[in-house]
Design a protein around this ligand. Structure first.
Ligand SMILES: O=C(CN1CCCCC1)Nc1ccc2c(c1)OCO2
Length: 325
């Protein structure tokens, strides 16, 4: 089987939500290549935490996995926890007849407040799934064997709907060629080594160990690369108050170039002029921020929306394919 689902951006492209049928009920989920749990707001989530969200009702067709629990926390300190059911999950026509559906009994305020978001669909490696006492497979791992090709592609866009495709590569969605790089799976992420970064034809240094993470909004780069980049934007500062680098909204924000697999890819400066940092709209928050405390580089949506990316498990050595959109 194969299929395609729309990835609809929230305001400012903060995250992208995709309609998914869970036990016959449509929920809008955040597809996240940086985690491996499929969890949903549910009839088990306290009303005080789930107002405004679509909720999964396991009573309809879910089979309880008795004694199974899950508890996840993310790099931004958001999190959720709950119990586990097996149910039918359909994404763009691709059907998992018995997928582990993690019903939330508790969610953090970030999730409570984002009423566009009805849960997450993890697309990292199942080795980091949080279900106990028995780890469960991601949607992709559950259906992988039934897909025409064991891969999915990600085509996020700036300010408009993109797509997640499962089982095939649509050659009309990218320009030029796809450059493949090997993936390190030991941390459970789609992790690879990126190369040199430049802006305004000046070297910013090497990016190094990085993950392709659709669930993270921004790019979190090595501090040396980040400071070298903002040194080229007059009036930019790393503001503790704002929580990162900001600059005058009318600044000239240079394109960011990164080498991957020996090819250079470009993130337009306009994607890096991310959002107003305050209500005056005078200062804007940067789409590139330092990876302080993270330990690796995160290439999130600001990067991904300039790219067409193949998440490939067609062989025993997973790989990532990158092409310009
Ligand atoms: O937490 C995430 C992604 N996460 C995906 C699920 C929804 C909530 C956001 N990314 C992230 C990871 C590390 C970070 C960070 C953000 O900010 C600083 O360090």
């Amino acid at each position: 089987q194969s299929g395609s689902v729309a990835a609809n951006p929230e305001q400012y492209d903060e995250s992208y939500l995709c309609p998914v049928q869970v036990g016959g009920q449509t929920l809008n989920l955040d597809f996240d290549t940086g985690s491996a749990d499929l969890w949903v707001f549910s009839t088990l989530t306290p009303a005080s935490e789930s107002t405004g969200h679509a909720k999964y009702n396991p009573k309809t067709s879910g089979k309880a996995k008795s004694g199974y629990t899950w508890n996840i926390s993310y790099g931004d300190n958001s999190g959720a926890s709950g119990t586990v059911y097996a149910d039918k999950v359909v994404v763009g026509g691709v059907t998992a007849t018995s997928q582990a559906v993690e019903a939330a009994t508790s969610v953090s305020t970030q999730f409570m407040q984002d009423t566009d978001n009805d849960g997450l669909l993890g697309l990292a490696f199942s080795t980091i799934n949080t279900v106990q006492p028995q780890q469960q497979t991601t949607f992709f791992d559950t259906v992988k064997g039934t897909l025409a090709k064991k891969l999915f592609t990600v085509d996020l866009k700036a300010g408009t709907a993109g797509t997640y495709d499962f089982g095939y590569i649509d050659n009309s969605k990218y320009s030029g060629t796809i450059t493949y790089v090997p993936v390190k799976t030991t941390n459970g992420f789609w992790e690879f080594t990126a190369g040199a970064a430049t802006a305004n034809n000046r070297s910013l240094g090497s990016v190094g160990d990085a993950i392709a993470d659709t669930g993270t909004t921004l790019m979190y780069l090595p501090t040396a690369v980040t400071s070298a980049y903002y040194a080229q934007i007059s009036g930019s500062t790393n503001s503790a108050d704002a929580g990162g680098y900001i600059f005058p909204c009318d600044a000239d924000v240079p394109d960011f170039h990164i080498a991957i697999g020996g090819k250079s890819f470009t993130v337009p400066g306009e994607y890096i002029n991310f959002t107003p940092a305050d209500n005056s709209g005078e200062q804007c928050f940067g789409g590139i921020q330092p990876n302080t405390g993270i330990g690796f580089t995160i290439l999130g949506d600001v990067f991904l929306k300039a790219m067409f990316v193949v998440f490939d498990q067609t062989t025993s050595a997973p790989r990532l394919g990158f092409a310009a959109q």
